[in-house]
Design a protein around this ligand. Structure first.
Ligand SMILES: [Zn+2]
Length: 217
């Protein structure tokens, strides 16, 4: 796993060169945003330089939720697990699977993050489309946008609603492109100072690139 310290609040964890999770520093320890694929639990725990207090997912796809079960087992039930309700219902078999990979996840969230809620320094932003329950998070301290899979940055900034692109993996897993485009505009309107995506490097001062990506999508 590649560990990239972005700033005092944010560390990016990358597996297989293209799947990211993030450690966000809070007063009480760390918030883990996404878990990458199955099998990353030990590496994520080893990368944490403070206790992980909560596991927060942008959405339920296997390359984001894959290590939730092993992390829950290793960290114990005191570590809160949050995933938005529509995606949690797919994991629970209560709703139909949408596009993309949905592995078996036994863990059930302790609660569902809701739009505009603050979880430590992170504000929850509803960004459905890639999956029905997809959410993004803005760090109120420095306007970092953890955008999940609404945007990718593998070969430049792109909206996952755009089907034909140089890095198509997250695009083909996008359930509702029109809703995803709307969410991309919602996230752009937040005027983030940096974009921290599920796939690709962190991009500083991303507004022009986001505008270009939205225009192309
Ligand atoms: Zn995804």
């Amino acid at each position: 796993m590649r560990i990239t310290k972005i700033n005092d609040h944010l560390t990016q964890l990358t597996r297989l060169r293209f799947v990211n999770a993030y450690l966000v520093r809070e007063d009480d320890g760390l918030t883990l945003v996404d878990t990458t694929l199955k099998g990353a639990g030990k590496d994520i725990i080893a990368a944490a330089d403070a206790p992980i207090r909560r596991i927060l997912l942008t959405h339920g796809h296997g390359d984001h939720a894959g290590s939730v079960d092993e992390l829950r087992e290793a960290l114990g039930a005191d570590v809160e697990y949050l995933l938005a309700e529509p995606d949690a219902r797919i994991h629970a078999g209560e709703a139909k699977k949408t596009a993309g990979g949905w592995p078996k996840i036994a863990s059930r969230p302790d609660r569902f993050p809701v739009a505009r809620e603050r979880i430590g320094s992170l504000e929850v932003v509803a960004a459905p489309g890639h999956t029905p329950g997809h959410v993004a998070f803005v760090d109120a301290r420095d306007r970092t946008l953890l955008c999940g899979d609404t945007f990718t940055t593998m070969w430049g900034v792109a909206v996952t609603a755009k089907k034909l692109q140089r890095w198509p993996l997250a695009a083909t897993a996008t359930d509702d492109p029109e809703l995803d485009r709307q969410s991309a505009r919602t996230l752009r309107a937040l005027e983030p100072a940096r974009l921290a995506p599920g796939h690709g490097p962190v991009v500083e001062a991303p507004l022009v690139a986001m505008d270009r990506a939205i225009a192309k999508a």
